[in-house]
Each structure stands twice: as C-alpha cells, then as structure tokens.
Design a protein. Structure first.
Length: 385
C-alpha cells in the first residue's frame, strides 16, 4: 500500500504490476481452448490467433499505461476502439466462446475512460455482448454468466481508477502543503532575523563610523563608541542564541505530525492524535514529552516489526499534583524493558530532570509500551495552534 497511487518505477514494480494485470488474462482460456480444439483451416486459426494477440495488446496498453494518468487521449480512444472492434469481429467469426472478450472491454472502459463516459460505455458494451450472444445462447444463460460479470467488473475498475487518481491528487496536495509550510517557515525565520539583527547591525555600523572619525582627535569619545559597539554586539548575540533555542525546542504538535508521517511511511497503522491535549505542561516538560514521543516512535519503526502503534495522552490527578501521561504502545515483537539502551537511558534522565517518571515494559497484550508522566503544576491552558 505504500506505493498505491504512485508512479511505477523500477523493474520490480513494473514486474509486480505486470503480474497483477496478467493474472486476469486467465479468463482468455475459453478463446484459446476454442482455437486449439475446434477444427478450422490453418488460415482461420492463424487469423484468430493474431486477432486475439492484438486484442490482448490493446487491453494491456490501456490498463498498464493509462490507468493513473492520460497524456494522449487520442491514443486511448484509438486503442479502445480497436479493442472493441476486435471483440465484435472475433466473437461474430468464431462463436460465443469468445464473448468473454467483452468483459475485458468493460474493464478497459472503467480503467481509462472518464467516469461520465464509462458510466455509458460499460452498459453499451454489455448490450452489444448480449445482442451477439442471443444468436446462439438464451438470455438467461447470458445474464447468469457474462452480463453481471461485465457490468460489475467494469464499474469496479472505474471505482479503483477513481481511487488511484484521488490518491495521486491527495499526495500532490500534501506535497504542496508541505512546500507552503516550508516557505512560510523560511519567511518567518527571515523576519525574525531581520527584527533581531537589523537594528543592532545598523547601530554597530553607525557607531563604527563615528569611532573611526573620532580616533585621531578624540580617542576618549572613540573608546566610548567602541564600548557601546561591544555592548550592542553582546546583546545581539544573546538575542540570536535565544531565538535559535526557540527554533530547536521540540513541541508535541510537531512531534505528533512527525510520528504520523514516520509510522505511515513504515507501513504501520498509526493511531496518533491530530493535536496535543489542550492542557500542556511547561516548556521543559513539554520538550521532554516530545523527545519521549520521538524516541518511542523511532524504536517502533526500527525494531518492533509492529503492524499498529497507538499514541495516547491521559491527564491524571495524584496526591503529588496533576500529571500528564504519554503512552506509546505497539503490537510488535515486544521487549521486557529490563535492559534499556542508550536512547531510553538518556530519555529517562531527561524526564527525571523535569520531575517526571519514565516506565517501559511489555504491552497490554503483546509488543512494547512506553509511558512518561510529567507534572502539570506549571501548566498552560489553551488550544494549541
């Protein structure tokens, strides 16, 4: 599912898609059997074989190349018309055992044609199949076999095609949102740096020019200007360090988004809240929870072999005061938690530094569970942005 809706790239993906599409060619066994068993002239058998090969080529070119994206509609319409014509001619010439070709025509219509066209073409193709089949078979036999199959498979393929294209549009929209967010963050960084350093650097430049002019005749005044330059420079350095510290601070909102992305990319079902709880601890405690979430999710992705990971927040009231508990639990191979690695050891020290508690061990049923509790005594209440 990780590549669903993505372009096919590489030999392995091409082979996988070819095998998946080729499996459905099993319904061509009836025409092939008719060619092999029925006694006909060599010319008729050769023409039938060539016609069937051309039909399969049209079908594969439509389903393999144009399901996700159509760049040349003329080629699509020509290939579809050729496929439909071959189905009609071959069925009329060789008998009702070839009626199954119309099922592939319905599949092609659902796979490549716009939905407004497919909704009309699929019943029309089925109607042509019925008209040809009534020459030798009863309507009851046709309805019980090919008619229902043709309609259902055609519209099912139309639904799959719509799902694929919707998935592609969703991926493109996510990429656009991510790009816009990155651009907005760069603009914010540029504004902050301008606000922090613009005035200070302008003042340093002005005082440097004044000191240069005062040096020959007024060294005392020049020295005062240099002292002012030093003071402004130190303050600018402090401001920059505080700003950088703010950028580096981990937040639960950011780590929740990162956790969903990492788990989904690893093929793990992510049961992760969209937003952190409304009541959050102080900045240091929130940063500790954010680091705990990152460490836990990293371990799930790398080592657990899990199919599902659940992240939850719970507010608890204790004798020592209110607590906020973060739990991360997976259904993977699990662990006893008896021998903590360097990551969990460092995480425990970080949590203890803010007065919190770290617990690790087996999950409720299986897998691994990590729980972090931090005090809410210094909490700030409000909806996260």
């Amino acid at each position: 599912m990780q590549t669903f809706g993505q372009p096919v790239m590489g030999r392995r993906q091409i082979l996988t898609k070819a095998v998946w599409i080729g499996i459905w060619l099993v319904f061509l066994t009836s025409p092939v059997h008719d060619l092999v068993v029925t006694e006909r002239s060599a010319t008729a058998t050769a023409l039938g074989s060539l016609g069937l090969a051309a039909f399969v080529a049209c079908y594969l070119s439509l389903v393999f190349r144009y399901t996700t994206k159509v760049l040349d509609w003329r080629a699509v319409y020509v290939a579809f018309a050729a496929q439909f014509t071959l189905a009609v001619v071959l069925t009329l010439c060789f008998g009702t055992q070839w009626l199954g070709l119309f099922v592939y025509v319905s599949v092609s219509a659902g796979a490549v044609l716009p939905m407004r066209y497919a909704a009309r073409v699929i019943p029309a193709v089925t109607g042509v199949m019925v008209a040809i089949g009534l020459r030798t078979d009863s309507l009851q036999d046709l309805l019980g076999n090919l008619v229902v199959l043709s309609v259902l498979v055609g519209f099912a393929m139309a639904g799959v095609r719509q799902l694929i294209r919707t998935t592609i549009q969703l991926r493109q929209a996510r990429a656009t949102v991510a790009q816009l967010a990155a651009n907005e963050e760069r603009l914010r960084l540029a504004r902050d740096l301008h606000d922090l350093l613009g005035h200070s650097l302008s003042l340093i430049t002005l005082k440097s020019e004044l000191a240069g002019r005062m040096l020959p005749d007024h060294p005392d005044q020049a020295a005062r200007q240099v002292a002012d330059i030093e003071q402004v420079s130190r303050q600018a350095l402090v401001d920059v360090r505080e700003a950088v510290s703010g950028y580096r601070r981990r937040t639960l909102a950011g780590e929740l988004a990162g956790a969903r992305t990492a788990l989904t990319a690893a093929g793990i079902e992510a049961d992760v809240p969209l937003e952190p709880p409304a009541e959050l601890p102080g900045e240091e405690a929130e940063a500790a929870l954010a680091w705990a979430l990152r460490e836990a999710v990293t371990n799930v992705v790398r080592h657990s072999g899990a199919c599902r990971c659940t992240v939850a927040f719970t507010a608890r009231k204790t004798l020592g005061g209110p607590l906020l508990e973060l739990t991360v639990e997976d259904d993977g191979v699990g662990g006893s938690g008896a021998a903590a690695g360097n990551g969990l050891t460092g995480l425990g020290e970080r949590v203890e530094a803010v007065g919190g508690i770290l617990e690790t061990g087996p999950g409720t049923r299986r897998g691994f569970r990590l729980a972090v509790r931090v005090p809410l005594a210094e909490a700030t209440v409000g909806s996260p942005s």
